[in-house]
Ligand binder design. Structure first.
Ligand SMILES: *[C@@H]1O[C@H](CO)[C@@H](O)[C@H](O)[C@H]1NC(C)=O
Ligand SMILES: *[C@@H]1O[C@H](CO)[C@@H](O)[C@H](O)[C@H]1NC(C)=O
Ligand SMILES: *[C@@H]1O[C@H](CO)[C@@H](O)[C@H](O)[C@H]1NC(C)=O
Ligand SMILES: *[C@@H]1O[C@H](CO)[C@@H](O)[C@H](O)[C@H]1NC(C)=O
Ligand SMILES: *[C@@H]1O[C@H](CO)[C@@H](O)[C@H](O)[C@H]1NC(C)=O
Ligand SMILES: *[C@@H]1O[C@H](CO)[C@@H](O)[C@H](O)[C@H]1NC(C)=O
Ligand SMILES: *[C@@H]1O[C@H](CO)[C@@H](O)[C@H](O)[C@H]1NC(C)=O
Ligand SMILES: *[C@@H]1O[C@H](CO)[C@@H](O)[C@H](O)[C@H]1NC(C)=O
Ligand SMILES: *[C@@H]1O[C@H](CO)[C@@H](O)[C@H](O)[C@H]1NC(C)=O
Length: 685
């Protein structure tokens, strides 16, 4: 090649003739060295210079415009064409946006690229929905209804009734607009509601910055028992059904039974099992059952005079109607009626009540105060009403009521006797509160656990003991609370146990359950590491397949440790026989004492030693070697309902595991799934 190039230079500007090419064909040509300036009439630069390209002045033959020098100037290349910008598409109306979002979600659903990744498809679809919800929120209701229809999402009535503007659509639109749907929030939404993603892992916590002070070491000396026993009533989940229809279908195919519109699919025209006047296994509590239990309590507990030292109510007053049958008016009606009846029929002492997931509208919904955007006050009507009722009944003072109004109906009471009651609104860890899927990775988006921690720190500084009251339990089988907030709660409980926290009390599942909390996130489950327990008390409502019940604790007035728990129940199976007469109502019977039921298996426990976490851990150890104890526990879990299936096989170890799991993260990491309810099915939501 080099030799050939040299040849060309030597033969500059000349043709060389080689013998042998036919018809005047030449073998080489060498161009002239100087640019032929005659090619153009004029130039922007000196075309003869050898240091820069010639820049001819060119005129467009069509437009006759002369191209400017800057267009081809080798020294200064323009970086941006700022003169002839391509047009942007025209904005579209919000209804076109809606159609586009639906079309994109349909494309994602049918695109084979996503066929093996339902999670990616779900989150990508949520992203389309998010931008619609932000840009055209008025189309959010139409979107939720159309997608319900498109995907044949099952509803009790129809998509418009269940997911339309009158029911869940506005909440769905708010949450989709605010949530990180492409990230953690979206993955959890796609898992919890659509079963299209795996659950996201529990988020890490920065506990050093969470707590104001490290845990005292050594712990302050324990409070001394006085030997005096307080009598405390624990009521939960009354779920009054003021629309209960006696004689309607009690064995219905569609939730909720015992209503005029209830029917059994296998016998739509004839009632299979008429709803008894006092209640049934698939129904909430009619007025007569509510009144019967409130009449039974003073008689069975010897509290006509003097009354209870105090009472705790761990939530849920309103029945389990489908979303479209609920309303704000129906919610405040149920709240007013039940607190009034409790006040009038039982000598309760102060009642410390919490808001349950049913004590709001829509069911389970409570939004975080940081949601902004004009939405901050949207549940204040409920917090204000509950706080006002509690103050009116004389159970909390005005200052405490004001705290409840501004803390999601949660409050703290520092009693004169050294016990502090801290209530929390557990909707902020409940899986069915849609608002929890906004910034879920933060573990405490609502600030509810910050409030709890600050109150616990204050109690530690003051030397108080604390009872924490909530509605939705933090652990057990893990299906009710979300992992992140319940994992943080578990660490908070560890930090303030056993020296501050004397007890935790929940309801919600309607079943008689318990959670033991251990130090170090339960990495070493043993009697030595058991710190505190949460008591989950049985419901008054029989839903589902349960008897009706309530509980009384005996508590030492110096330590506030529980010394015994007594449970009573009424056999719902017997309610049918009470119909058509007014001589007898239901019979509430003593079911069991926790100490008597399980204490025989624990050696070295004095008659006045508390039923604390150590004792309960020893009970679970006894269960490991004696499965009859688990059978007994399983029976009591349903308040000895005739409908309780036996717990066998994997169910046996699952129960022990649930007893030892105080957070959803621990349940999921450690326990087999599917045995949470005695009915081996989901809890009613
Ligand atoms: C291109 O134009 C934009 C908008 O005027 C300007 O911000 C940007 O700096 C320009 N880029 C360059 C490389 O000059
Ligand atoms: C999905 O998985 C199936 C079975 O493993 C495979 O045959 C198919 O090619 C996959 N589809 C895509 C789009 O990756
Ligand atoms: C919904 O159901 C209809 C009628 O059964 C069916 O044609 C359609 O394919 C279903 N849609 C989806 C997304 O599965
Ligand atoms: C409903 O009826 C079925 C069939 O007769 C029965 O197995 C079931 O126990 C009934 N449910 C209740 C709650 O009575
Ligand atoms: C009533 O409905 C339930 C639930 O669909 C069903 O299990 C039961 O067999 C029905 N009962 C009767 C008596 O048909
Ligand atoms: C678990 O805790 C017990 C009691 O503190 C202790 O004896 C045991 O060594 C611990 N086990 C492990 C694996 O740390
Ligand atoms: C439970 O009570 C026993 C007996 O009084 C005591 O030894 C033990 O330390 C207590 N456990 C906890 C976690 O407080
Ligand atoms: C097992 O527990 C049952 C129920 O409490 C009890 O009756 C029985 O004596 C226990 N068996 C043993 C071997 O401890
Ligand atoms: C506690 O254990 C669970 C289950 O292994 C885990 O998901 C969670 O992150 C742990 N929490 C902390 C604070 O270590």
């Amino acid at each position: 090649m080099v030799a050939r190039a040299l040849d060309l230079v030597i033969a500059a500007a000349s043709l060389s003739r080689v013998v042998g090419l036919p018809n005047g064909l030449q073998s080489a040509y060498t161009a002239a060295g100087a640019f032929p300036t005659s090619l153009y009439a004029s130039y922007y630069n000196d075309p003869t210079a050898t240091t820069a390209e010639p820049q001819p002045v060119v005129s467009d033959p069509v437009t006759h415009e002369i191209y400017p020098y800057w267009l081809t100037d080798a020294e200064e290349i323009p970086q941006n064409d700022t003169t002839e910008i391509h047009p942007l598409p025209a904005p579209v109306t919000s209804s076109v946006l809606l159609e586009a979002a639906i079309a994109q979600i349909a494309s994602i659903a049918s695109n084979p690229v996503f066929a093996n990744d339902t999670c990616a498809a779900c989150q990508a679809s949520l992203v389309a929905a998010k931008f619609l919800a932000m840009a055209a929120p008025e189309q959010g209701p139409a979107l939720s209804v159309r997608l319900c229809e498109y995907f044949n999402y099952s509803t009790t009535v129809d998509c418009e009734t269940t997911y339309g503007i009158n029911t869940l659509a506005s909440v769905i639109t708010q949450v989709i607009a605010a949530a990180d749907v492409g990230g953690y929030d979206g993955q959890m939404i796609c898992n919890e509601f659509l079963d299209l993603c795996p659950r996201a892992p529990t988020s890490p916590l920065d506990l050093d910055s969470w707590f104001a002070k490290p845990k005292p070491d050594p712990l302050p000396p324990p409070k001394q028992p006085t030997g005096e026993r307080l009598k405390i009533l624990h009521l939960s989940d009354l779920h009054i059904d003021p629309r209960y229809a006696i004689g309607s279908e009690a064995n219905c195919s569609d939730f909720l039974c015992c209503r005029v519109n209830s029917y059994n699919e296998s016998s739509p025209d004839k009632v299979v099992q008429p709803a008894p006047r006092y209640g049934a296994f698939n129904c909430d509590s009619p007025y007569p059952l509510i009144v019967a239990v409130l009449q039974a309590i003073p008689a069975l507990t010897g509290t006509e005079e003097p009354g209870f030292d105090f009472t705790i109510y761990t939530g849920d007053l309103i029945p389990h109607d489908p979303a479209n049958e609920l309303s704000r008016a129906f919610t405040v009606y149920s709240e007013s009626v039940l607190f009034d009846l409790i006040k009038r029929l039982v000598n309760t002492g102060p009642v410390y009540a919490v808001q349950g997931n049913h004590d709001t509208y829509n069911m389970a919904m409570n939004s975080p105060y940081n949601i902004g955007n004009g939405l901050v006050d949207q549940f204040n009507w409920d917090y204000n009403h509950l706080a006002a009722l509690w103050e009116l009944e004389g159970w909390i003072d005005g200052e405490t009521a004001q705290q409840a109004r501004t803390h999601y109906s949660a409050y703290s009471v520092q009693r004169q006797d050294g016990l502090r009651i801290i209530t929390i609104n557990t909707d902020f860890w409940y899986t069915l509160n849609y608002f929890n899927y906004i910034n879920l990775a933060s573990s405490d988006n609502s600030g509810m656990l910050r409030f709890l921690t600050d109150e616990l720190q204050d109690a530690e500084d003051a030397g108080d003991r604390v009872w924490i009251l909530g509605h939705v339990l933090s652990g057990w089988d893990g299906t009710e609370p979300l992992e992140n907030p319940s994992n943080l709660f578990y660490q908070i409980v560890d930090r303030y146990s056993p020296h501050v926290i004397a007890g935790i009390f929940f309801g919600h599942t309607h079943e008689d359950q318990l959670s033991i909390f251990y130090s170090n996130n339960a990495t070493n489950i043993s009697a030595e590491n058991a710190q505190t327990v949460a008591w989950i008390t049985p419901s008054v409502t029989p839903l589902t397949n349960l008897n009706s019940g309530f509980r009384v604790y005996e508590v030492d007035s110096g330590t506030f440790d529980v010394l015994d728990a007594y449970t009573w129940q009424a056999d719902v199976n017997a309610f049918g026989a009470l119909d058509g007469q007014t001589e007898y109502g239901p019979t509430f019977e003593f079911e069991y004492s926790a100490r008597d039921a399980y204490g025989g298996s624990i050696t070295g426990w004095g008659a006045n030693d508390p039923l604390n976490a150590t004792w309960w851990h020893l009970v679970t150890e006894a269960m490991e070697t004696n499965s009859s104890l688990i059978q007994l526990y399983n029976l009591y879990q349903s308040k000895s309902s005739a409908m309780t299936p036996e717990c066998t096989g994997e169910c046996l170890s699952a129960k022990i595991c649930y007893l030892r799991s105080g957070s959803a993260s621990l349940s999921f990491a450690n326990c087999p799934a599917g045995y949470g309810s005695t009915q081996n099915g989901p809890y009613p939501s």
